[in-house]
Structure formats: structure tokens, C-alpha cells
Design a protein around this ligand. Structure first.
Ligand code: BMA
Length: 378
């Protein structure tokens, strides 16, 4: 005898479940990694998922601190100068905070960074922080790869562990001071130990083994959360270029330590071959990244990109746009427009010959500037 299928039986539940999974978007909110996350961070996290379905937010490093031929002008930004709008994502770097310096490695005062983070939050934008910290063991800078002990020695039991903890205390002090006018902590996308697949930073893949890297990453986040009571960070796990996900997977610190996954990739050379190579590479990386993000229910992003000096006047529409157009990613951040270093800029400034093309790029349906995002903190 065939039993009648009740809507309450297991079989009866399968069909509605299948329908629900089909209708639901592929990406879904699986919860923020910090189980004690602050209210505003949860809002931002949920809204980043919603925003993901609407387009790619454009980002710019140090956007409000300086640009080509200027610095320290309140509310100015090269992107705003050429397009009339701000980017939606603003990148900052805390390299130097660990030593108690007044300014970072690019001479931007931490007080200025703090003010701008507060300003960006008030404008409804997203702040992301990277950290080019010094090498605790060798006392060199981030790029000092002279000792393969650098990571091991900052971990518990290492000779400079307690000094490293002092560094984390300084970082925590800065992060804890980021408050809005209601006294709530401002959520930031914290992106430590970036480009770890490369061999140029002391935490890079050639300089430490995978267990050391995972411990470094986890220790840092645990210390900030548990010792410093910091719960307003969304954590970004961000690689350098890769051909496959081997190193990316091996060094992944785990789902409870990560909210966004991404990578940094630049175009080198302004000729057509370099452009095709860049487009092909980024598309391959985005394919792999988006698949990984789906499996782990994390938010994918292109955490740094650009062509130095924008030395191809149509690069934004024929290079960057071609690379990202078919992918659902949260944001794509262009690197800084240095004022203290010659020929080191990644977005147009007033009078630059890529301005018209940049303005065509940001008008693409896919690309979102500050005034085109949803309310990210509601
Ligand atoms: C690099 C360059 C350097 C800078 C560093 C940290 O890519 O822009 O000039 O010091 O990032 O911002």
C-alpha cells in the first residue's frame, strides 16, 4: 500500500525545500564570523550581501588623505574631482601604528586616518584597513624577508611574542577609538597579512609554513576579539596572484576567522599583451575565488587592483571592466594616488587623459559609487 505523503513527513518536506533552495540566491547570509559582533557590524555584513546582488562598489586607497599634487585638504578626493562623486569603499593602512608613530609608512597621520574613517562612515561608505606592519623579529619593514623565523618568533613561545602583543595593543587602541557620534564603534573591513601567497612580505608563503601562517592569523584575530574586546571588524582574507587555490586553501584560517575573501592583482605594462594577460589572470582568479566563496559562504572582493599611472587612457573600460564584468564581487579597490612619490597613482586626477574613460566606467550598471549603494548601516 502506498502511504499518502503528508506535508509534515520527511518526503513531504523535500519538495518545498527544493523549491526554496532554487528560488533563494546562490549566495546567502551564513552569519558573521565573530559570534559577539557589534550591531553595526552585523548590519554592514548583511548589507554587503544585499549590495553584492546590485553591483561592484568602487574603492580607492587613501582617497581622502591626498591625491596627485595635493594632500591634507578636507573632503577632497581625486575621484570626486574628476567624477563628481566619491568612491563607495575607502582603503587605509596602519603600517607604523605598532611602533607608536604619529603617521603611517606613507606619511599619513593616524589622526587624519581616524577622522576620515569617521567621515566615511557618516557618509555611508565602507572603510577597509590593511596593515603593512614592521617585521618584529628583524626590525626591518614588511618587505624584510631575510629571516624565515619572522613568523614563528612572534607566535606564543617565540622570542618576540610579548613585543608582538604590544604591537597588537597599539593596533587595538586605534581600532577601539573609531566611534561614530552616537558612541558606537565604526565597523571596518580589516585585511591583515595581505598578499600572503607572494614572497615579498615577512608573512608570505615562502617565509613561513602554512601552520605558522594560520596561527599568526588566528592569534591576531583572537587577541583582538578576546583580549581587546574588539567586535567591530569584518575580516578579509586576501591573497596575492595565484594560478590555483592550493596555497589559498592551505593557509585559510577557517570560517570563524573570515568574512570576505579576495586577492590583489595588478596590470604591469600598458601594451595590449599586458592587458590581455591581466584580464585573463583576474578572470581565472575571480572564477576560483567566487567558487571558494560560495562553498564557504563568504563575500568575494577584488581587494586591490590597478595599472600604475593609468598609462592606457582607456584602461578602465577595456581592461578593468573586462576583467570584472561577469562576476558578482563586493568591491574592487584601486591603489593610492601618491603625492609623495612620483608616477605612482591608479585613478585619474584633474587633467589626466584617462578621465573620460574613467567616467564611462563608473557609469556602467555594474559599478557603484558612494551615492549608488544601498544604505549599508540600516
Ligand atoms: C605600496 C606602495 C608603497 C606604499 C605601500 C603601503 O604598494 O604604494 O609606496 O608604501 O603600498 O601603502
Amino acid at each position: 500500500m502506498i502511504k499518502k505523503r503528508s506535508i509534515f513527513s520527511i518526503q513531504g518536506l523535500i519538495l518545498p525545500f527544493m523549491i526554496i533552495s532554487f528560488v533563494m540566491p546562490v549566495f546567502s547570509d551564513n552569519g558573521i564570523s565573530d559570534k559577539n559582533a557589534s550591531g553595526l557590524s552585523i548590519q554592514l555584513y548583511k548589507n554587503l550581501w544585499r549590495q553584492l546582488n546590485k553591483g561592484v562598489m568602487l574603492g580607492h586607497q587613501d582617497a581622502l588623505s591626498y591625491g596627485v599634487n595635493w594632500h591634507g585638504e578636507k573632503e577632497r578626493s581625486d575621484i570626486k574631482d574628476v567624477s563628481g562623486d566619491y568612491p563607495a569603499v575607502f582603503g587605509w593602512d596602519l603600517g607604523g601604528i605598532e611602533l607608536g608613530h604619529a603617521h603611517n609608512l606613507d606619511s599619513v597621520y593616524f589622526e587624519n586616518i581616524k577622522e576620515n574613517i569617521i567621515r566615511v562612515h557618516a557618509m555611508g561608505g565602507v572603510n577597509t584597513i590593511s596593515w603593512h606592519l614592521m617585521n618584529t623579529y628583524t626590525k626591518g619593514n614588511s618587505w624584510d624577508v631575510s629571516s624565515t623565523k619572522s613568523v614563528a618568533e612572534v607566535l606564543p613561545g617565540g622570542v618576540c611574542h610579548s613585543e608582538f602583543k604590544n604591537w597588537l595593543d597599539k593596533l587595538a587602541e586605534f581600532l577601539n577609538a573609531l566611534e561614530n557620534e552616537d558612541g558606537e564603534k565604526i565597523p571596518v573591513l580589516f585585511r591583515p597579512y595581505h598578499e600572503f601567497t607572494g614572497d615579498w612580505f615577512w608573512w608570505g608563503a615562502k617565509n613561513c609554513d602554512k601552520d605558522e601562517f594560520v596561527e599568526l592569523f588566528q592569534y591576531t584575530i583572537d587577541y583582538l576579539r578576546n583580549q581587546k574586546n574588539i567586535h567591530h571588524l569584518l575580516i578579509v582574507y586576501s591573497a596575492g596572484d595565484f594560478n590555483d587555490l592550493k596555497v589559498f586553501k592551505e593557509r585559510y584560517p577557517g570560517d570563524t576567522y573570515v568574512d570576505l575573501v579576495g586577492f590583489d592583482s595588478y596590470q604591469y605594462g600598458s601594451d595590449e599583451m599586458s592587458k590581455s594577460k591581466y584580464i585573463k589572470l583576474v578572470r581565472n582568479e575571480l572564477n576560483l575565488l567566487v567558487e571558494f566563496a560560495k562553498q564557504h559562504k563568504k563575500i568575494p572582493a577584488l581587494t586591490e587592483t590597478g595599472l600604475e599611472c593609468v598609462s592606457d587612457s582607456t584602461w578602465f573600460t577595456t581592461g578593468l571592466h573586462e576583467a570584472i564584468r561577469d562576476f558578482k564581487i563586493s568591491y574592487c579597490l584601486l591603489w593610492r594616488n601618491a603625492y609623495n612619490r612620483k608616477n605612482h597613482f591608479y585613478v585619474p586626477y584633474t587633467g589626466h587623459n584617462s578621465t573620460a574613460d574613467f567616467n564611462l566606467f563608473i557609469k556602467k550598471r555594474k559599478v557603484k559609487m558612494l551615492n549608488e549603494t544601498i544604505d549599508l548601516y540600516k
